[in-house]
Design a binder for this molecule. Sequence first.
Ligand SMILES: NC(=O)c1ccc[n+]([C@@H]2O[C@H](COP(=O)([O-])OP(=O)(O)OC[C@H]3O[C@@H](n4cnc5c(N)ncnc54)[C@H](OP(=O)(O)O)[C@@H]3O)[C@@H](O)[C@H]2O)c1
Length: 240
Amino acid sequence: MVEAHISLVTGSARGLGLAVAKHLAARGDRVHVVWRSSEASARELEELFPGRVHRADLSLADDAARLVSDIKAKDGGLDCVVHAVGEYQASSLERTSAQELRQLWLSNVETAQHLMQAVRPSLRQGLGRLVLFGCAGLAGLRARRDAAGYTAAKSALLVLARSWAVEEAPFGVTVNMVSPGLVPHAAASTDTKDPSLQAKIPAGRVGTVEEVAAAVAWLCSEASSYTSGSDIILSGAWKL
Ligand SMILES: NC(=O)c1ccc[n+]([C@@H]2O[C@H](COP(=O)([O-])OP(=O)(O)OC[C@H]3O[C@@H](n4cnc5c(N)ncnc54)[C@H](OP(=O)(O)O)[C@@H]3O)[C@@H](O)[C@H]2O)c1
C-alpha cells in the first residue's frame, strides 16, 4: 500500500488554499491547514481536517517554526507544502505608501522565506514538494499600472522560487509556482469579479478554485519529480 502524503497548506481558511487542502485530502493526503485571523472558519476546518488545524501568523518566523514542529509531532514528517498566503493591493505606485509596500513584501515574500526555512529539513527527508503562489503576468518583468507593489513582490517570489529550486534539486526537493489570473471566490478581491477585467480573458471565462487545486495537486505528486523552478500560469491565456 502506498503511504499517504503528509501535506501542509497555508492560507487555507478560504479561497484557493482551502480548495487545494480539500483536493489533497480527497486524494488521501493527511492535510494540515492553517488560519491566522479567520476564527469563524476554525470550527469548519476542524470538521474537514480533524486534529490537523493550526493557527499561525507566518509573517513571524517563530510561528512558522512552531507550526512545523507541531506537524512533525503529530505525523512525524512532511511531504508537500503549499503556501497560499499573499495579500493583494490594486493601487498604482503613486497611491502606495512605503508602509503598504512593506506589507506586500512581508505578506508575499517574507512569509514564504519563513516557511521555507522551517520546512526545508523535512522536505529533504520526505517527498519534497514546495508550491508557491504567484500571479499571471510575471513573465518578462513588465510594468504594471495597477497592483504594481503586489506584482513586484510576486516577481521577487518567483526569483526566490527558482533559486530555491536550484538549491534544493540535489536533495530531491522541487519548488514551483502556480500563477492564477482571475479566480473569484467568496472572499476574493473585487478585481476578480470586475466584468471589465473578465472581458479581457481570451478563454472567455474566469478560472475556478478547483482548476487551480488540480494543478497544485499534480505538482504535489510523484509524477512531477522532474519539474522544478516552473511557473504554471492558470489564466485562460490572459496577461501572456
Ligand atoms: N484569487 C485570485 O484570483 C488570485 C489571483 C492571483 C494570485 N492569487 C494568489 O493566490 C494565493 C491565494 O489567493 P486567495 O484569493 O485564496 O487569497 P485570500 O482570499 O486572500 O486568502 C489568503 C489566506 O491567507 C491567510 N493569511 C494571510 N496572511 C497570513 C499570514 N501572515 N499568516 C498566515 N496566514 C495568512 C488568510 O488567513 P486568515 O483569513 O485566517 O487571516 C487568508 O485566509 C495568494 O498568494 C494570492 O496572491 C490569487
